[in-house]
Design a protein around this ligand. Sequence first.
Ligand SMILES: *[C@@H]1O[C@H](CO)[C@@H](O)[C@H](O)[C@H]1NC(C)=O
Length: 334
Amino acid sequence: MKTRGAPAIAIVAALSLAVDVQTRHANGEFQSAQQALQFLEDSLAYLKTSRPTAVNLFDAAAKLSALNQQTASAAGASADTVVAAYVQAAEQMLIDDVQDNKNIGKFGADFIVEHAQQAQDISVLTHCNTGSLATAGWGTALGIIRDLHKRQQLTHAYCTETRPYNQGSRLTAYELVYEQIPATLICDSMASALLKLRPNVQAIIVGADRVAANGDTANKIGTYQLAITAKHHGILFIVAAPSTSVDLLTATGKDIVIEERPAEELVNTSGVQFLDGKPTPTSVRTAAQHIGVWNPSFDVTPSNLISAIVTERGVVVKQPGQDAFDMAAFLQSQ
Ligand SMILES: *[C@@H]1O[C@H](CO)[C@@H](O)[C@H](O)[C@H]1NC(C)=O
């Protein structure tokens, strides 16, 4: 939870391994291409065990692993060439991620302006944190909000608190204030009332930890109920994610493993206390003792509740009369 946000997890994993392998190489740990390869492969396999829901990490690890195998088996391969190729690829991932986010922001903002009931007065609601603190920079769902704001086509952004770990009130709220985007915090249970009472909220925009082949989407717990209320109120429900979040091997949402997290996150509320003027992270128990707790981190939103999936390559919509997205056809058409 120190590193969070599916795209950021992949980038941090790739870059931290780049630092580690370079340090080891400088210390003369690798005598051959094979030894460097072995270390990189073992490390990538270990990194993949860290978070079960975020697919970007698996995708990044597979790409890096293929590259490692290739450089290690090339003519004239040495520890030098294997390490250098790995480091360069990890750094390129960071550069590409930011550009992908900017493209998501642009495609998403275009789509919302085109499909909103009144393009003159667009407010949006977002959930969890998908901004520069969850990605390499810029953000996915928050990238769309930034883009709308930059074009002066955003009236207001609302963000949920995102219980139990408050990524919305701690991180998204911080980013919105920092960017000077007019914004208001609500707690998760206020979303339906907001849509009823503020009809200019014309879209809910969320990120994704994984998108199945049919478009079912795993995202932060609470996303599913937001999609239901979006449908009820007839507004857009947009999923913003890089195409690396699409996992064609996951046929539908039923196949997605949902991470469950410790009860402490739910029974305690954490924040910052100023002790002797120094900001100090603090956690206080707010739930009754001995109560049972269920704390799934994610839920799955079925494709029929999603209006569009915005990727860096373009916007995916359903064919008329279909309930599901054809993510494979979209990826192949690119
Ligand atoms: C939860 O809060 C209690 C104090 O109310 C504290 O003693 C405990 O360490 C906290 N748990 C966590 C995991 O922070």
